[in-house]
Design a protein around this ligand. Structure first.
Ligand SMILES: N=C(N)NCCCC(=O)O
Ligand SMILES: [Zn+2]
Ligand SMILES: [Zn+2]
Length: 333
């Protein structure tokens, strides 16, 4: 900031190769100013956006604890400490591509159908403008309209779904569109490439064995949390990569895939989950795959403590952005 500009309205930003990055934390302390994701510019502050971070403050689809409507704000607040260089992937996620915060979509909290339509239209508007999207939820219901948009622009997509839960259940209280059902609907609507759909991190009690039989009949394979523990991260990465090949790939990450010790702030927690270290390591193993879109959902801040969940989710979003910059789909490699 110059001396005649003492306020956060026009802060200095880190710039690289013509890409406008985060507010410079050596000029304006990280804890000051409004929280866009990683203190990146808003989408209206840049001419073109390669990757848009979009918030969906929606939780009308939940079956247990509510509150994920506050997820986007919380994850942004928890993302103030992101730095511009990713040492493991050896990349500048905000320097190799233009990343911007698209803000929150104004979804109807009283009408799930209408909200899903709004999410799809918002996602489509960003896609048409040439942006790939990392969505911050919101409950998992929103994966369905996001997959509808992905399918419209890319055809059937490979889906890697990190979650404690299958989310391929049929209905809850007779309702087809809930946070426990998006991937069954996606299968029925032919949005996903059934040769390349996988759950990672599943665990916890089910309603019955039929849940697994139904899920398998939709083409899903799964790597349980227990398998991750026994087999280790590298082996799991190899299995995921073997199904992806160069297919257009969507990653959906329910933060409850993490153990409640790592992510207490979520609506349907299950014991025995992944560590955030395991999740980040598996994601980094997907470097160079054809990532067309991703979401991080189910952060419910009222149940969070010391921003544990928000910080984990913010790091996951950061890594997804880094992966997009290294992706074979429009990325800088
Ligand atoms: N957290 C998500 N997305 N789904 C959980 C649904 C679990 C249930 O109510 O049986
Ligand atoms: Zn879940
Ligand atoms: Zn889920």
């Amino acid at each position: 900031m110059s001396s005649d500009d003492l306020f956060w309205t026009t802060p200095d930003r880190i710039e690289k190769d013509g890409h406008i990055g985060p507010v410079d934390a050596t000029q304006l302390p990280r804890f000051a100013g409004p929280a866009t994701f990683a203190r990146l510019p808003r989408i209206d502050e840049v001419e073109h956006t390669d990757v848009a971070v979009m918030g969906i403050p929606f939780d009308t689809g939940v079956s247990y604890r509510s509150g994920a409507r506050f997820g986007p704000t919380h994850v942004r607040e928890s993302s103030r400490l992101m730095r511009p260089y990713h040492p493991v992937l050896d990349t500048d996620p905000f320097g190799v591509q233009q990343v911007a915060d698209a803000g929150d979509v104004g979804v109807n909290p009283y009408d799930i159908d209408e909200a899903m339509g709004t999410v799809e239209r918002a996602a489509s508007a960003l896609t048409v403008r040439g942006s790939r999207i990392v969505t911050i939820g919101g409950d998992h219901t929103i994966a369905l309209p996001l997959l509808r948009n992905a399918h419209r622009h890319h055809g059937k997509v490979a889906l890697i779904h990190f979650d404690a839960h299958l989310d391929t259940w049929d209905t809850y209280f007779g309702q087809p569109y809930t946070h426990g059902t998006p991937f069954r609907r996606a299968f029925e609507e032919d949005l996903i490439d059934t040769d390349a759909v996988m759950h990672v991190g599943t665990r916890g009690p089910l309603y019955g064995k039929k849940d697994l039989d139904d899920d398998a009949s939709f083409g899903f394979s799964h790597i349980t949390c227990e398998a991750i523990m026994r087999r280790g991260v590298d082996d799991v990465v190899e299995q995921i990569r073997s199904v992806l090949d160069d297919r257009p790939t969507y990653l959906s990450i329910d933060i409850d895939v993490l153990d409640p010790a790592h992510a207490p702030g979520t609506g349907t927690p299950e014991a025995g989950g992944m560590t955030s270290r395991e999740l980040l390591a598996i994601l980094r193993g997907l470097r160079g795959t054809r990532l067309i879109g991703a979401d991080v959902v189910e952060v419910s801040p009222a149940y969070d403590h010391a921003e544990l969940t928000g910080i984990a989710a913010a790091h996951v979003v950061y890594d997804l952005i880094a992966l997009m910059g290294l992706s074979t789909e429009g990325g800088a490699r």
